[in-house]
Design a protein around this ligand. Structure first.
Ligand code: AMP
Ligand code: MG
Length: 416
């Protein structure tokens, strides 16, 4: 088989699938420079190096009086020889034995090394009585204590959150180089699938997958083209995929990847490029088709075909499509953060298969406990609405008893 995805017999674990994705996908989009305000949630395309110290000068962390620590002796009374406010440096050097009225953020006068908080001081005519127990350097912030000039403050591949934008601003950057948004085409497939708002003939159901998948993609920062619903007809699917591939960086479909007679996604992708069919060792949502349309050996448009069942779509999106999207967008951290919570339920677990349980976090006697949705059906979207995230049960774990610790991934991770 050609392309980035070689076929493998049998079931594949999530870790094996992720290792293949990591190894074979590289950023698929170009870069552009955007003003900071447009940078939120974009992926940084180059390392950012600080051209200055932050803070740029020693400064006071409080409102109070600055002085030389060496001058501090009982009863701590020093004459006040000047005043320095933020943005207005002190002219000259602080004379020995004097104190300067200072405000938060104001540059430390040359010679001063310590600041006493005004709440701890007492003004006495032209002098101030300082507390005598201060240590040298107290309440003074050193130049470069946050960032040193010449250091890499942000790495290429970082997703820009408000704090990354703030740090870029703090070193004086007005613009940042970022990857262009990933253009993703989304289709649903199935003769029974209908658009919400349209009439629903007998035997049909409304499309939910294009709405969950489209929203998840937008949440990750992709530019989504919603290409509607494809019928279960090989030629129609093939032509639609070929057309979409010409103008997109990734194609995502749902449905039609099982092995039934009406599952035409695989032959359609195979006719246009290469395909790997991954039967994942997970519950729910096993089949996922990964491939490439057009080109050869990594030059085509990546393709991901998710299963049809609405819950399986969301879970396989989180596990497989999300890291694909992030890698293609240039992101380096594609892992899902998980944390330990107590199981508030009992659950039989079949070993050899990784299981994802829809769970809600509740507080019980000060502990964080995961409650499990009663049904495991992979079409039950109400379970996703009810729950906060997924309990992740590894392949080799036995049955779960109430009170055991389990790993939890919140749904917020789906769009991060
Ligand atoms: P399939 O993989 O095409 O056999 O679909 C599996 C199940 O998911 C079937 O019950 C489909 O009707 C259902 N399904 C497929 N696509 C969608 C969709 N876009 N929205 C809601 N349900 C779907
Ligand atoms: Mg179908």
């Amino acid at each position: 088989m050609t392309g980035r995805f070689a076929a493998d017999a049998g079931l594949m674990t999530i870790d094996q699938a992720l290792a293949r994705l990591e190894a074979r996908l590289a950023p698929a989009v170009g870069t552009e420079t955007v003003p900071l305000r447009q940078g939120l949630f974009r992926i940084l395309a180059e390392d950012v190096v600080a051209g200055l110290d932050v803070p740029p000068h020693d400064n006071s962390a409080v409102d109070g009086w600055a002085f030389r620590h060496a001058d501090l002796a009982e009863p701590g009374k020093l004459p006040v020889v000047g005043r320095v406010a933020a943005g207005h440096p002190f002219a000259g050097v602080l004379p020995s034995g004097g104190a300067v009225r200072i405000f938060t953020g104001a540059p430390m006068p040359a010679g001063a090394d310590t600041v006493a908080m005004q709440e701890d001081c007492k003004e006495d005519g032209d002098a101030v009585v300082l507390p005598t127990r201060l240590k040298r350097g107290d309440n003074a912030r050193r130049a470069g204590e946050d960032v040193t000039s010449g250091s890499v403050v942000l790495r290429a591949g970082t997703r820009l959150r408000p704090q990354e934008l703030g740090l870029a601003a703090a070193i004086g950057r007005a613009e940042l180089p970022v990857y262009r948004p990933l253009r993703v085409a989304v289709f649903s497939t199935g003769d029974e699938i209908r658009e919400p708002g349209a009439a629903l003939p007998p035997g049909c159901i409304y499309d939910s997958n294009r709405f969950t998948a489209g929203a998840l993609l937008r949440g990750l920062g992709a530019e989504v083209t919603d290409l509607g619903i494809l019928p279960d007809r090989l030629e129609v699917i093939r032509d639609a995929l070929a057309e979409a591939a010409a103008t997109h960086d990734l194609i995502l479909t749902s449905g039609g990847v099982s092995v039934g007679d009406e599952d035409h996604i695989k032959p359609a992708v195979l006719a246009l490029g290469s395909l790997d069919f991954w039967r994942l060792a997970i519950k729910p949502g096993r089949p996922v088709a990964i491939g490439e349309i057009g080109g050869g050996e990594g030059t085509g448009t990546p393709f991901v075909g998710l299963p049809g069942n609405p819950v399986a779509v969301m879970i396989t999106f989180m596990l497989i499509a999300r890291p694909m999207v992030l890698r293609l967008m240039g992101a380096t951290d594609t892992g899902l953060k998980r944390f330990a919570v107590e199981a508030g339920f009992a659950c039989k677990h079949k070993q050899g298969r990784r299981e994802y349980l829809r769970a809600k976090l509740v507080h019980a006697d000060g502990r964080l406990v995961a409650a499990k949705f009663p049904s495991d059906g992979s079409g039950v979207l109400t379970s996703m609405v009810w729950s906060d995230g997924l309990v992740d049960i590894p392949e080799d774990r036995g049955d779960i008893a109430p009170g055991e610790m389990v790993e939890f991934v919140t749904y917020a991770e789906m769009m991060r």
